[in-house]
Ligand binder design. Structure first.
Ligand code: GLN
Length: 309
């Protein structure tokens, strides 16, 4: 594989940007959270931080967007730090093959969600770190972790987006109540979901998100927030479950671990090489950024970065 330093990464990003500018098949902006429906599908940004400390950007890389489900990576890292492998008694590690907010599987599997990246699984993870603490404290801890990972304190929750999801989040509340009925939720569903809605409403630019992902690329001991063994496992889950029922297709097309959010962002890790963030708000049928996926597919083609050799 080619080393980052030997490649014209800025040139590669510029080429991708120009191709994306010309495309009209931008997907559909999420509208089930009313605040997210306000975002223009025209935005595009991509940022890349290499293991040797360089960074490259293209497009609206300073514009904050709603990270939504990408927050699940950070809460998983926190929960594993707190509970270790005990977490896996409450949530599985298998791809779901179903939509991120699906209910049917949970019924078949007695309230144990398939993995920490579907909504039910992420609500359990948040419930685990909540563990009797005040929601405000836990959200403070999530923000601290993300700010430390990004090396940037200017990262905040958009309270309008959180409220918008709170007002319309009946499905997530239903998942939480169902898990509570099975004894797999320790806190009141309103509390765990309240924290979950707020973590999803954190806003970051692609520059901040690529920086925050550095702890997952390994290679740089300075960015080591989590042990190398745990980093490998989080990456494994991102690869197998990070795009819901689109995870197999993402692995096939991109070949790198990635986590998407319905705000149109994707965090992608090229282990040992780079942390990459892309943002294009239009989604495909699985709720993953349409152009974002295409852009990282182009990046993987151009760099030959892949976990598969
Ligand atoms: N907050 C969103 C939800 O719970 C997150 C979903 C996502 O980004 N895939 O529906």
């Amino acid at each position: 594989m080619t080393r980052g330093a030997a490649m014209d990464l800025q040139g590669i990003l510029d080429t991708i940007f120009h191709e994306m500018q010309d495309r009209s098949d931008r997907g559909i902006v999420a509208d089930y959270i009313p605040e997210l429906a306000q975002v223009s599908p025209e935005h595009f940004a991509m940022s890349l931080c290499t293991a040797d400390g360089q960074s490259f950007h293209v497009g609206a890389a300073e514009v904050p967007f709603s990270i939504q489900s990408i927050s699940k990576v950070f809460t998983l890292a926190l929960a594993l730090g707190r509970l270790g492998d005990q977490l896996w008694t409450r949530v599985g590690r298998e791809p779901s093959g179903l939509a991120f907010n699906s209910m049917v599987q949970l019924e078949h599997e007695n309230g144990i969600p398939r993995n920490p990246f579907v909504n039910a699984g992420a609500i359990v993870v948040t419930d685990a770190i909540l563990a009797g603490h005040a929601p405000r404290e836990v959200l403070g801890e999530v923000l601290r972790f993300i700010r430390q990972a990004a090396g940037d304190d200017d990262i905040h929750i958009n309270h309008r987006v959180a409220k918008s999801e709170q007002d319309t989040g009946h499905r997530n509340l239903a998942l939480a109540h169902f898990m509570r009925a099975h004894g797999n939720l320790r806190n009141a569903p309103e509390l765990s979901c309240g924290v979950y809605f707020h973590q999803c409403a954190i806003e970051m630019s692609t520059r901040q998100l690529a920086q925050a992902g550095r702890f997952l690329m390994g290679g740089d001991p300075a960015a080591r927030l989590v042990s190398p063994a745990r980093v490998r496992r989080i990456n494994a889950l991102m690869l197998t479950c990070g795009h819901y029922d689109g995870s197999g297709d993402f692995a096939y097309r991109v070949g790198l671990p990635g986590k998407s959010g319905v705000g149109g962002g994707i965090l992608v890790i090229a282990p040992g090489r780079a942390s990459i963030a892309v943002w294009s708000p239009g989604l495909d049928a699985q709720g993953n950024s349409r152009l974002g996926t295409l852009a990282v597919e182009r990046l993987a083609q151009a760099t030959q970065w892949s976990v598969f050799g």
